[in-house]
Design a binder for this molecule. Structure first.
Ligand SMILES: Nc1nc2c(ncn2[C@@H]2O[C@H](COP(=O)(O)OP(=O)(O)O)[C@@H](O)[C@H]2O)c(=O)[nH]1
Ligand SMILES: [Mg+2]
Length: 395
């Protein structure tokens, strides 16, 4: 699962990335926290079944902090998207290429409207952040179209000879972009293309790419700098038909740092933090923390964690499931209790889960057991959020 953090310069992408990938103190040495400059690991939270079932878990691919399972997701800070990035402006092509593997995008916008479309600072309220959303969609659509068009002439002639269908040509061109055949087919239903690829024109291709983008790179809007954003901007940005979350990346980063240095008690995603007794704070620091507390009260937290969780659970519709090898002990063959938590697309079946764990396990699938009910379920059983599942496979 990879989420790309995208947007024009100066909106707070790196701040959000830095905050989201900063591991809580308890897990500072955790292997998943290895970070490239722009690639790191963030977490989405889900109640760990250990509490409900009264067992001591021993997480392996994820973490459990006080009964909250922290499930890793890869995050990518995609830099440098300026208007006409798709034409290579500001190394835009290189940055756009980073989006190939993304499952979803967090479009960070400057909800305060204090930066122009190139990211140059002005006054809060001076610019319309709706432009941030429109421009980014357009850049991605154009970038995708260029990928489609690259070498299309030759492919088109070959396709005409072979009589290949448009979806076959498109699937071949978009391989490596995490676009499924189903997504291409439904895009073609909305924007039909002539059978003969030599007849495909730019305008149609752009409309088609917009459809493919909507399905394959769903977006969530992070209305960042909410601390200084006029209410009307938040309203406007919420009207784009996409999940839109007010965020304060700077506050989240400051809070995670303050927590690390032992000044406050704060769990990422919480609506509140608590200043620890006896923390040596200057007046300036105290006032800054007060301001953050007030803003968090207004928005129900800094929004950074919520943004990731909405991207995974709402926008992508993924659900967490816990595979085990022993339904009675809820353990794997090392005896680790509730070792793993997998994020799977909503609607996935028990057999899909088997394939997700290992192709071989999918091939050898016989049946599954719902560890909560101890009932046997078949290959077609549709997984529910938080399910604990044992896969029974042939030897
Ligand atoms: N007021 C406010 N400023 C923020 C917030 N998040 C980031 N910034 C500021 O916005 C500027 C650009 O941030 P940066 O993360 O470098 O943006 P990027 O170019 O999109 O990666 C910096 O001065 C940040 O301190 C926020 O939530 N509120
Ligand atoms: Mg940056």
């Amino acid at each position: 699962m990879q989420i790309g953090i995208v947007g024009k310069p100066n909106v707070g992408k790196s701040t959000m990335f830095g905050a989201a990938t900063m591991a809580p103190v308890e897990i500072a040495d955790y292997p998943f926290t290895t970070i490239d400059p722009n690639k790191g690991v963030g977490y989405v939270r889900y109640p760990c079944p250990c509490r409900e079932l009264g067992v001591q878990c021993d997480p392996h691919n994820s973490l459990c902090i006080n009964g909250t399972r922290m499930i890793p997701v890869d995050l990518l800070d995609v830099a440098g998207l300026v208007p006409d990035a798709w034409q290579g402006r500001g190394l835009g092509n290189k940055f756009l290429d980073d989006l190939r593997q993304a499952d979803a995008l967090v479009n960070v916008v400057d909800a305060s409207g204090s930066t122009n479309i190139e990211g140059v600072s002005g006054r809060p309220g001076q610019f319309d952040p709706s432009d941030d959303v429109m421009f980014l969609r357009h850049e991605i659509d154009c970038w995708m179209r260029e990928i489609l068009k690259d070498g299309l002439g030759k492919i088109a002639r070959a396709a005409r000879m072979k009589g290949s269908k448009p979806e076959e040509v498109l699937a071949e061109r978009l391989a490596g972009l995490k676009v499924t055949e189903g997504q291409i087919k439904s895009a073609l239903e909305k924007v039909p293309l002539p059978d003969d690829p030599t007849q495909w024109d730019d305008e149609r291709l752009l409309a088609l790419c917009a459809e493919i983008r909507r399905a394959s790179k769903p977006m969530i809007i992070a209305m960042n700098k909410a601390d200084i954003a006029p209410a009307k901007n938040l309203e406007k940005l919420s009207g784009f038909g996409e999940e839109a979350v007010p965020t304060m990346a700077e506050a989240e980063l400051a809070l995670r740092r303050a927590e690390k240095s032992g000044i406050i008690q704060y769990v990422p995603g919480d609506e509140k933090f608590r200043i620890k007794e006896g923390s040596p704070l200057s007046d300036v620091q105290r006032r800054a923390l007060d301001r953050m507390a007030t803003n968090m009260g207004k928005y129900g937290g800094t929004g950074v964690q919520r943004c990731l969780e909405d991207a995974v659970f709402k926008t992508l519709g993924y659900i967490p499931v816990f595979p085990v090898e022993d339904e009675n002990r809820l353990a794997d063959h090392f005896g680790r209790v509730l070792p793993d938590c997998h994020l799977v697309p909503g609607g996935s079946t028990a057999k899909d889960l088997a394939y997700r764990i290992h192709t071989d396990l999918g091939d050898r699938f016989i049946r599954a057991v719902n560890a909560r009910t101890k009932r046997t379920v078949g290959a077609d059983y549709v997984l529910q959020p938080g399910d604990i599942i044992r896969i029974v496979a042939s030897k």
